[in-house]
Design a protein around this ligand. Structure first.
Ligand code: KIV
Length: 277
């Protein structure tokens, strides 16, 4: 069984740094990344020894009830990053730049990324896009902000894609994603999320770049995997996404617990003497 000793920092107590994260690729250590959106989810993920915690803009769909990640604002991201920061003592903490916070202007991107680091306490930021966003990645990394790239099915482009559709399925589209990965690496990104693309393509990109690739819905050939907190814990109703594995069904557990609580209040079985002061 692979334990926390096999993780990026090699120890349960030593914090994972960006260089640890990058070196994991050459060392053949698979990286584990999970999203978190608040203090308890951060505390539990950090305690379980994940290498990186991502405060994803998926907070919009998992926590805030939006239909897509597009409406998420900088203020909402900061609110959640600050809460997660309080629960992280070991994992590398990465925060998403939300839609509209970085696409128009690299200088605006710098100011927003700096807020996630200075006010939120993140160690690094993640942003979506390939060749077109490479100049922004270059500016941020040269200014000392570690950047993780994100290519393929980039959810902030959902309206352009016409839905959450896998990318890179034609030879032409695959070539474009190989070029995007090369541009993001050359601009200075320390890792690249590969989302929603054929497994063969993510394996080719992983072989082509020297920084770690982190897959989601991109097959087993990446250097690591990222999953969404609610997806692996079965915390949202409905069918699981194809790219996600449910390791437990917390919706049912929580539903049963709340029903039991309601029943005991109504019957007078709670509180007992033991819960009384
Ligand atoms: O917002 C998010 O959670 C993400 C991951 C799915 C990679 O970007």
């Amino acid at each position: 069984m692979k334990t926390v000793k096999d993780s990026a920092s090699g120890s349960k107590s030593k914090p994972v740094t960006v260089p640890d994260f990058v070196k994991s690729k050459a060392a053949g250590r698979r990286l584990v990344m999970l999203t978190a959106y608040d203090f308890p989810s951060a505390l539990l993920s950090d305690g379980a020894g994940v290498d990186a915690i991502l405060v994803g803009d998926s907070v919009g769909t998992t926590v805030l009830g939006y239909e897509t990640t597009v409406p998420v604002t900088m203020d909402e991201m900061l609110h959640h990053v600050k809460a997660v920061r309080k629960g992280v003592s070991r994992a590398l903490l990465i925060a998403d730049l939300p839609f509209g916070a970085y696409q128009a202007d690299p200088v605006e991107a710098f100011h927003n990324a700096a807020r996630l680091i200075k006010e939120g306490g993140a160690h690094a930021v993640k942003l979506e896009g390939g060749i077109s966003i490479a100049p922004t990645i270059k500016l941020l990394t040269e200014a000392g902000i570690p950047v993780m790239g994100h290519i393929g099915l980039t959810p902030q482009s959902v309206f352009q894609f016409g839905g959450h559709r896998a990318q890179g399925k034609t030879a032409e589209a695959a070539t474009r994603l190989l070029e995007d990965a090369a541009a993001v690496e050359a601009a200075g990104a320390f890792g690249i999320v590969l989302e929603g693309m054929p497994a063969e393509l993510s394996a080719r990109i992983t072989a082509q770049v020297s920084v770690p690739t982190i897959g989601i819905g991109a097959g087993p050939g990446c250097d690591g995997q990222v999953q969404v907190w609610h997806d692996i814990l079965g915390l949202l109703p409905g069918k699981p996404f194809r790219h996600a594995k449910r390791y437990t069904e917390l919706t049912q557990v929580i539903h049963n617990a709340i029903e039991e609580y309601a029943e005991e209040v109504r019957s007078g079985d709670f509180p007992t003497k033991e819960h009384s002061i």
